[in-house]
Design a binder for this molecule. Structure first.
Ligand code: CP
Ligand code: NVA
Length: 308
């Protein structure tokens, strides 16, 4: 069987993604009230080792993968790329081949998406994309799980992304065709999503609508999604903050969405920049359930990768 890498949502079948979400919901339900460190019944990844490589900062991804592999009965090694020989010029290919002799699964957070693809190309074990400059697929699985938990039927739902058409936005674009929701994206022209992603999604019958105001994108939406205006690795912070200011999610903007619309943000958030406190700390916000669900979704992704 081919190695099951989890690099981008468009590469998986809709049925596989559906099965991963179903597994995540089921695993979460069973654990309700359990201590966080207790191993799941049957320890599905007993004896398995996960290596995590970080080229960029992380709170949620690092912690949820680490706790997640323990709950599955496995263990983890966390490495900052700067402490590895990778940071001194050892090739990605050699690093991938070597690590594949020690561990069963690798998660990488990298600056350059191509590096994760190169790593997977040389690896003898599954590789999971833990965020790159181009995408953040694990995040979107947790986000969609959260919406389902709060009663949103993804098929036919209208989701609005406002702000920067960044890596997280790209993974929502990839997901639209797979889960059957419409994605309305509102960005300044300069920070519009990658054309390749939009074309790819549309080829797969994804319904992607592009707008240049936040108001047009949010009108009638069931869900409003924001992310930081300045992502890790962005070097034009002043210009971004200037151009993106009209795309901040305020209570007035939320009023244009459907009554009872939900608010998502992958975190970390900057209150007063991309979202007002009244929204992110208000009743429409699902952000902490969303953060928790990184744990459950990633456990299901790891099990899918190892077919266990
Ligand atoms: N949302 C997310 O990926 O958070 P971290 O950067 O803290 O991992
Ligand atoms: N777009 C953000 C997401 C952080 C989880 C970034 O890349 O920094």
């Amino acid at each position: 069987m081919a190695i099951r890498h989890f690099l981008d949502l468009w590469q998986l079948e809709a049925s596989e993604l559906r099965a991963i979400l179903d597994d995540a919901h089921a695993m979460k339900a069973v654990r309700r009230g359990w201590p966080k460190g207790r191993v799941d019944d049957g320890a599905p990844l007993d004896g398995h080792v996960l290596a995590m490589i970080f080229e960029k900062s992380s709170t949620r991804t690092r912690t949820s993968f680490d706790v997640g592999i323990r709950q599955l009965g496995g263990s983890s090694i966390v490495m900052n790329s700067g402490d590895m020989q990778l940071g001194r010029g050892e090739s990605i290919g050699d690093t991938a081949r070597v690590l594949s002799r020690y561990v069963d699964l690798v998660m990488i957070r990298a600056n350059d998406h191509g590096d994760v693809e190169d790593f997977a190309e040389s690896a003898g074990v599954p590789v999971i994309n833990g965020l790159t400059d181009r995408s953040h697929p694990c995040q979107i699985m947790a986000d969609l799980m959260t919406l389902e938990e709060h009663g949103v039927d993804l098929r036919g739902a209208r989701l609005a992304w406002v702000g920067d058409g960044n890596n997280v936005c790209s993974s929502f674009i990839h997901a639209s065709a797979k889960f059957g929701f419409t994605l309305a994206v509102g960005t300044p022209e300069r920070y519009a999503p990658e054309e390749d992603d939009v074309e790819l999604a549309r080829e797969m019958q994804g319904r992607i609508e592009l707008y240049d105001t936040a108001e047009d994108a949010v009108a009638g939406a069931d869900v409003v999604i924001a992310d930081t205006f300045v992502s890790m690795g962005d070097t034009d912070a002043d210009e971004r903050l200037d151009l993106l200011e009209p795309f901040a999610v305020t209570e007035e903007l939320m009023d244009l969405a459907q009554p009872g619309a939900k608010f998502l943000h992958c975190l970390p958030a900057h209150r007063g920049e991309e979202v007002d406190s009244e929204v992110i700390d208000g009743p429409s916000s699902l952000v902490f359930d969303e953060a928790e669900n990184r744990l459950h979704a990633q456990k299901a992704i790891m099990r899918w990768c190892l077919d266990k």
